[in-house]
Write a protein that binds this ligand. Structure first.
Ligand code: ATP
Length: 431
């Protein structure tokens, strides 16, 4: 069986055709940088987010979840530095009026839209936050922003959680949710969108021990990429040199992945020192100090931040799973998704849909599996070959078929494996 990994366009097309991801506002011609999840996409995305929550919150005893409001007091974004510095350099072509991110141009003298040379004026800093007003009055005081990261919703709740739970250091706060960035050039499918989801952890540590926690989270990131089914040799650590790091970071590792579009950032791991809590302390006048239990030892904790993007994880999972091979002389496209991420775990079919006795038995099996696994699909459309192909394309690991032997002979059903296409007879209880 020969397998070839294929390119981005085929994945985007499969994602749309099979109900994973559609362009946002599709009926109206779309809205650049936005994407909508269809029934299978939302299932896959939730499986990824649920896996993360399970690994990093539920299975640990030093982690606390939060879910902060997306709209926050504008002081949050002033204190964090986002109002002043959350910018990308923007250039405009004098010929076609196209606008581009200066640091991502392939050739900074040639306009990628109209092809003219030397038409760019000087770069200006463009703030990527979406601005809005809270309440009916449009004035300075009512300004707010759609959050450009989930992290600040964690930092602003640090004191609340310490006051209510008083956890021992080190401990972490975790949050999942939407983030919005008015990217100058959204591109590459869901890789760079204007609305996306993050899963972030702020792990509060005694500054004397930051290196140990940084190393711990570095290992946890590898556990995560493995749990997503990503091959180790396609994940790369990029130690970000001092000049390229955010000014508050004393160490950053970008974890990159070999996407079909090239090697790009999948997620980040940063040592943010006490930068954020000190900003909050200074701007709010409230102490962010932590007192070590049973001592007079007081300090503002430092922070290790693993920051995960849901879309980039999903794109890495889809592109790793996308496989083309040949079955019985015909080309087959399928998603080799890990079982625990697959949106549908089992598809159940009667061999023929016009035989009531087969349909009845198949419905019985469907109900049993549905109770047990939840993510089970009824599929009686077209012939068996077509059903297998359709289920292969959406990454269903097992197809169960009920035929006459099931009813007349042995009570066994056929289970067909997605990857090997092998079929086995098993009893219903065994499923
Ligand atoms: P990039 O350099 O690619 O713009 P970044 O360094 O600005 O990313 P961070 O601010 O570190 O990204 O955000 C943390 C994570 O959030 C990223 O690793 C990525 O997974 C995700 N992310 C950031 N921006 C986007 C976006 N526009 N679309 C989708 N995911 C994003």
């Amino acid at each position: 069986m020969s397998e070839t990994k294929s390119n981005m366009e085929q994945i985007v097309s499969l994602a749309k055709r099979r109900g994973f991801i559609y362009p946002g506002s599709d009926v109206y011609g779309g809205l650049s940088g936005t994407w909508d999840y269809g029934p299978l996409g939302v299932a896959l995305k939730r499986n990824i987010m649920q896996l993360w929550w399970q690994m990093f919150v539920d299975e640990r005893d030093d982690m606390y979840g939060v879910d902060a409001a997306i709209l926050m007091n504008q002081k949050v974004w002033q204190a964090s530095g986002h109002v002043d510095t959350f910018t990308d350099p923007l250039v405009e072509c004098e010929n076609c009026k196209g606008r581009f991110r200066a640091d991502k141009l392939e050739d900074e003298n040639v306009c990628p839209a109209c092809g003219k040379e030397n038409t760019f004026g000087p770069a200006r800093q463009f703030n990527m936050m979406f601005k809005t007003n809270v309440g009916p009055v449009d004035d300075e005081a009512s300004i707010s922003y759609l959050r450009p990261e989930t992290a600040q919703g964690i930092f602003t709740n640090y004191k609340n959680v310490v006051d209510t739970f008083y956890p021992d250091l080190p401990f972490g706060l975790a949050q999942q949710g939407k983030a919005f960035r008015n990217e100058i050039s959204p591109r590459d499918f869901i890789f760079r969108s204007r609305e996306f989801e993050q899963m972030e952890i702020e792990y509060f540590v005694n500054p004397a021990n930051w290196e140990e926690s940084f190393e711990h989270w570095r290992q946890q990131v590898w556990r995560w990429t493995q749990a997503l089914g990503l091959r180790d040799d396609m994940v790369h650590e990029l130690e970000v040199p001092e000049d390229d790091r955010a000014h508050y970071s004393q160490r950053t590792i970008d974890f990159e992945f070999d996407f079909p579009i090239g090697r790009e950032e999948l997620l980040g791991l940063a040592y943010r020192t006490d930068f954020d809590l000190m900003n909050i302390q200074n701007a709010s006048g409230k102490s962010m100090e932590y007192t070590v239990k049973g001592t007079n030892d007081k300090f503002v904790p430092h922070v290790i931040e693993p920051s995960f993007g849901v879309e980039r994880a999903l794109m890495a999972v889809l592109s790793s799973a996308y496989t083309v091979d040949e079955v019985n002389g015909e080309q087959r496209e399928f998603l080799k998704l890990p079982d625990h991420l697959a949106p549908v775990k089992f598809a159940v079919s009667p061999l023929l849909k016009n035989k009531p006795e087969l349909v009845e038995k198949a419905r019985e099996v469907y109900t049993i599996l549905k109770k047990k696994y939840g993510a089970v699909m009824w599929d009686d459309n077209g012939n068996i070959g077509k059903r297998y192909r359709r289920q292969d394309e959406i990454g269903t690991p097992h197809c169960v078929v009920i035929d006459f032997d099931t009813i007349e002979k042995d009570g066994m059903v056929t289970v067909r494996d997605r990857d090997t296409t092998e079929q086995r007879r098993v009893s219903i209880e065994e499923l």
